[in-house]
Design a protein around this ligand. Structure first.
Ligand SMILES: Cc1cc2nc3c(=O)[nH]c(=O)nc-3n(C[C@H](O)[C@H](O)[C@H](O)COP(=O)(O)OP(=O)(O)OC[C@H]3O[C@@H](n4cnc5c(N)ncnc54)[C@H](O)[C@@H]3O)c2cc1C
Length: 447
């Protein structure tokens, strides 16, 4: 069989695959690696179709990335039903310019001698030293076999080649959004971006989707003088909320606010699994991004984390191959520890508990929860949302929540542990194993 050999092959050029492939190609070039890095995508130029939003400071590690945004919102708001006035969050939020950001990565990838492969990977096989992918493309009739020391699956939230640990039972963030021109609206409507407007879509006195229904919020931003993007979002539910219900809520909400939109220029039907089990770390194919369950279990965000971690992850992976000479399963098991180091695994137990907490909350409880949450010191709530807290800081934040919540809302915090042994497991591992590891100083066993 005719093989072509690479150092690493990445499958999928979404934000996770493209950013990691770029960082790997740069690292390979800097290290003078004998073999190149290849990235497989069904189409070139790559197409990122989702509306991505991130906190501006999450891109601050790379000035050129920081410039790849289409809109900047300096005072995004959160609106809670019990508070009449919006809270300005004082942390700048940006909408990613998908074309600009993906082109920047592709240019960097090419400059670093990365190899762009067009097609779909249909299988991945392994022997003791090499991993072989079969690549099919419409242009070339017969499939091609390509070999690499390491294959990385970055095919998104429902990965094609990476297995998860058994028994996965995610919650779902579901959102229905439209990009449309505004026909008529009250003066100043959406002049500030609404990150989460938790007021009921049908108004405070309505019982249609009021306090007893699964909660949803409005995520809305102005795109130009007369264009907006508005999205009715269910933060997390199991099973996920129906898209049609969210569409109806959005229509009711806009009507209640006296807003009339033209026919949508585009619609977004967003489904994000949250809290999928971690990958099976005994497998040879590595995962990254959604494929490696890197979506934040309590927020549904993932993009900024994948982008910002890519240079560091690439550095470690290239060192494993080029400097240390690892191959086969020895390489993969170390590589999994780079993607999911011990501290991240233990923090994730706590985020999983956070997700279960949200799953059990009605609007009243969410209202109390977010009041307390946004009163944490800035570095704690910001770090929680961006997964930038250390395990110790995360524990500090949780303790603060216990102190700040009042009355029966305190009990809500322990409800998930009360109702399910799985949730107790998240808490016990996250709190006690985490604390023990911190004391013993064995948190960062990365490689
Ligand atoms: C509508 C929507 C909006 C979202 N908004 C945000 C947001 O604002 N902020 C945020 O942080 N997260 C957001 N998310 C969550 C998450 O970050 C995204 O799902 C993100 O796209 C995941 O990135 P990824 O690179 O892991 O996978 P994907 O973006 O799904 O990319 C996977 C790539 O793999 C390719 N592929 C698949 N199979 C093969 C194959 N066999 N061979 C070759 N290539 C293949 C696909 O073509 C695709 O390009 C959103 C998700 C959705 C669905």
């Amino acid at each position: 069989m005719d093989f072509q050999d690479y150092s690493i092959i990445i499958i999928g050029a979404g934000p996770a695959g493209l950013s990691l492939a770029t960082a790997l190609a740069r690292r390979a070039k800097a290290a003078g690696a004998a073999k190149k890095v290849a990235l497989v995508s069904p189409v070139w130029p790559v197409e990122w179709v989702n509306n991505f939003g991130v906190w501006q400071d999450e891109l601050a590690f790379d000035e050129e990335l920081l410039a790849c945004v289409s809109h900047t919102y300096t005072q995004p708001q959160i609106i809670l039903p019990s508070e009449q006035r919006p809270r300005a969050l004082g942390r700048t939020y940006v909408k990613v310019d998908n074309a600009a950001m993906s082109s920047l990565f592709v240019r960097r990838f090419e400059e670093a001698d990365g190899v762009k492969l067009v097609g779909k990977v249909t299988s991945v096989r392994h022997d003791s030293l090499w991993s072989t992918v079969e690549l099919r493309s419409d242009a070339e009739g017969a499939p091609r076999n390509l070999r690499a020391h390491l294959v990385i699956d970055a095919t998104g939230n429902e990965p094609r080649f990476v297995r998860r640990q058994p028994g996965t039972n995610p919650g779902y963030q579901i959102a229905y959004g439209v990009h449309a021109r505004v026909k008529s609206a009250p003066k100043g409507w959406l002049s500030s971006m609404r990150l989460m407007d938790w007021r009921s879509a049908a108004g405070a006195s309505a019982d249609v989707d009021g306090l007893n229904e699964k909660p949803s919020f409005l995520y809305g931003m102005q795109l130009s003088e007369d264009e907006v993007f508005v999205e009715e979002t269910s933060l997390v539910a199991r099973p996920g909320m129906l898209m049609e219900e969210l569409q109806q809520r959005l229509e009711r909400r806009l009507k209640r606010e006296g807003v009339v939109l033209d026919e949508p220029l585009a619609c977004e039907r967003c489904v994000i699994p949250m809290g999928h089990n971690l990958p099976d770390f005994s497998q040879r194919t590595l995962g990254y991004g959604g494929a490696a369950s890197m979506v934040h279990p309590a927020t549904g965000y993932q993009v900024a984390g994948a982008l910002s971690r890519a240079p560091d992850v690439a550095h470690c992976l290239m060192d494993l191959i080029e400097k240390d000479g690892f191959r086969g399963m020895a390489l993969s098991s170390r590589a999994w520890k780079v993607v999911w180091p011990e501290e991240a695994r233990l923090k994730r137990e706590l985020y999983m508990y956070g997700m279960e907490l949200l799953l059990g909350m009605g609007l009243r409880e969410l209202d109390a929860f977010y009041q307390a949450f946004f009163e944490w010191p800035d570095h704690l709530w910001q770090g929680y949302l961006s997964d930038q807290l250390s395990h110790t800081q995360l524990m500090e934040a949780m303790a603060l929540m216990l102190v700040r919540l009042k009355g029966r809302h305190k009990l809500e915090l322990i409800k998930p542990a009360w109702v399910s042994s799985e949730n107790r497991g998240h808490l016990v591992r996250g709190v006690f194993q985490g604390a023990l590891n911190s004391v013993l100083g064995v948190m960062n066993d990365r490689v």
